[in-house]
Design a protein around this ligand. Structure first.
Ligand code: ZN
Ligand code: ZN
Length: 361
């Protein structure tokens, strides 16, 4: 049986035939890794009906052939990757060439147009659409990344107490992630306390955590290239007060409902509504200003989206986050995020799903 990347290239070729393209230029490290297994950061890829050519530079002369296997031709380019790509395309006798409009720069496009005799056809999302439905080995990698993240957080909760700064907690958590085998941080870890917990994308700061404050921790791990993305909200140094308890309870109920009812076949909007309705009923609709979740894979934000603007049905095998949150300027915020794989008739939680309110007293 063909391995994952070979299978995915066949699926891409079927798409090329459908769109009457002789080949496509694939850009973006995640797309290239998905189609070849190459883990380097600098490369371009051409996939035609019969050939796959990876153009990269001398830093990867040893690594690239070992990672991509014999079906992919590796071209080591010493001047510019675009130059190598142009020559590869010339050698393949391509007439209609798809170029990813969202990943190729205008400068590269113009360079191509000048020197190649091929017809350039702007395409978008060819590979990203294939990536939505995960195969079992991808789901296992995300499951491992989610488990690792949960264990890393559990190992540092004793470190979290009033007086520690957000950055100190972030450093402890990130070290724990790396020690357990996380290849990298999929995004800048968010550790935000007190009023800063009301900033959905806060950067961790030197501000010390105060007694009785909410602490939002949003972070992930990366395993075999695949990301997890988890958020937990704690109360630090005291028991939660009534407003904290009520607010947390609403977000938790919204998240529980979405986790329980999300399934393949719903649209992204219907998925988002599962949580949004609960929050709106509690009178906090205005405070839930972002969408419910996003796809997760080689990148931390990918398709599909669980949002009010997505009418696309969610396929079985998609991995998504479920992360309702409410934010009150000057007071604080709560977000709870887990990672789920969609199956027919339901969804399976890949992260630990521990969403009880935890008071770190
Ligand atoms: Zn997150
Ligand atoms: Zn997320």
């Amino acid at each position: 049986m063909a391995d994952g990347p070979a299978r995915r290239r066949e699926a891409l070729r079927a798409e090329l035939a459908e769109q009457h393209l002789d080949a496509v230029v694939v850009a973006g490290a995640a797309n290239i890794r998905y189609l070849t297994g190459f883990t380097g950061s600098a490369a371009h890829l051409v996939v035609s009906a019969g050939r796959t050519v990876l153009v990269t530079d001398f830093r990867y002369a040893g690594q690239a052939p070992a990672e991509v296997g014999r079906e992919v031709d590796v071209r080591i380019e010493r001047s510019s990757l675009w130059n190598g790509l142009r020559q590869s395309i010339g050698a393949l006798g391509i007439r209609r060439l798809g170029i990813d409009r969202s990943r190729v720069t205008l400068a590269a496009w113009e360079e191509f147009r000048q020197v190649t005799a091929v017809e350039l056809v702007p395409v978008s999302g060819l590979v990203e659409r294939l990536r939505v439905t995960k195969d079992p080995e991808e789901i296992e990698a995300i499951r491992d990344a989610a488990r690792l993240a949960g264990e890393a957080l559990a190992s540092v909760v004793d470190f979290i107490r009033p007086g520690r700064t957000e950055l100190e907690v972030a450093a402890e958590l990130e070290a724990a992630l790396r020690r357990r085998g996380s290849e990298w941080h999929p995004f800048q870890s968010i550790v935000a306390a007190g009023p800063r917990s009301a900033l959905p994308h806060a950067r961790s700061s030197e501000r010390p955590i105060g007694v009785g404050e909410f602490l939002v921790v949003d972070f992930g791990a990366q395993v075999r290239g695949y990301c997890s993305d988890i958020t937990r909200t704690f109360v630090v140094g005291a028991r939660a007060d009534q407003r904290q308890r009520d607010t947390y309870g609403v977000v938790r109920e919204a998240q529980t409902r979405a986790r329980g009812a999300l399934r393949a076949g719903l649209t992204g909007r219907e998925g988002d509504s599962l949580a949004r309705e609960v929050i709106a009923r509690a009178g906090m609709g205005e405070a839930f200003g972002h969408s419910l979740g996003h796809g997760l894979g080689l990148e931390v934000h990918e398709d599909p989206r669980l949002s009010q603007t997505s009418e696309t049905p969610l396929p079985a095998g998609a991995v998504v986050t479920v992360e309702p949150g409410v934010y009150f300027d000057g007071w604080g915020g709560v977000r709870i995020e887990d990672d789920l794989v969609l199956v027919d008739g339901g969804a399976e939680c890949l992260s630990d799903g521990r969403t009880d309110l935890v008071e770190l007293t």
